[in-house]
Write a protein that binds this ligand. Structure first.
Ligand code: CDP
Length: 203
């Protein structure tokens, strides 16, 4: 049975890890929609206009290995506030959501704008300090020189910008199920998400 699963939430809340695991468990395809904004943001760093950058994205752009840097995250959040950029990326996301084999999409506006008809909508949160700690570990593992305070400040600034924008702001859909991963292990968070999907997934 092919379902569409929407997983939203603030930065480093655990939605990416949960989305990948849910997709694998149920055999659905997964799209990390943050990569679309990161790849667009990355292109603007050399002066490319944000809308041209979004309109000319190619699949291989989503695989660039510098998409996870803090600078690119901030650039992603800046271009993501531009309504025309978001509009340019909608069709691709909606087509992905409707694929025959089922799809998991994670981002900020999947349950509210991209797939308001999704079969399951999850909104993943965690305390700021816990999210910053997780992101710090990821960045240090990739060789970035940074510290807890910087990561916390960047993440809070990005959440504030994503929540305050007029178009598709970060917020839970009215019918989203909240998963707070603050005190959950990865396994527990994945199980909580899979339990919600299983309620809708009749084989
Ligand atoms: O991994 P993390 O949660 O830190 O970020 P991400 O999901 O890769 O998203 C990077 C940025 O893209 C966010 O801060 C948002 O500004 C933007 N974004 C968005 O506006 N809408 C989405 N569906 C996904 C990401």
């Amino acid at each position: 049975m092919a379902l569409t699963i929407a997983i939203d939430g603030p930065a480093a809340s655990g939605k990416g890890t949960i989305s990948r695991a849910v997709a694998e468990r149920f055999g659905f395809a997964h799209l990390d929609t943050g990569l679309l904004y990161r790849a667009t943001g990355l292109r603007t760093l050399d002066g490319t206009d944000p809308l041209s950058a979004a309109m000319s994205l190619k699949p291989e752009d989503l695989e660039a290995d510098n998409l996870r840097t803090p600078d690119v995250a901030q650039a992603a959040s800046r271009v993501a506030a531009i309504p025309e950029v978001r509009a340019a990326l909608i069709d691709f996301q909606r087509a992905f959501a409707r694929r025959a084999g089922g799809a998991v999409l994670d981002g900020r506006d999947i349950g509210t704008v991209i797939c308001p008809e999704a079969d399951v909508k999850l909104y993943v949160i965690a305390k700021d300090e816990v999210r910053a700690r997780r992101r710090l570990v990821e960045l240090l593992a990739k060789g970035h020189e940074t510290d807890f305070e910087t990561v916390l400040r960047d993440l809070q600034a990005r959440d504030a910008q994503d929540s305050a924008r007029a178009t598709a702001p970060l917020k839970p859909a009215q019918d989203a199920i909240l998963i707070d991963t603050t005190d959950l292990s990865i396994e527990e968070a994945v199980e909580a998400a899979c339990a919600e999907v299983s309620k809708k997934h009749q084989i």
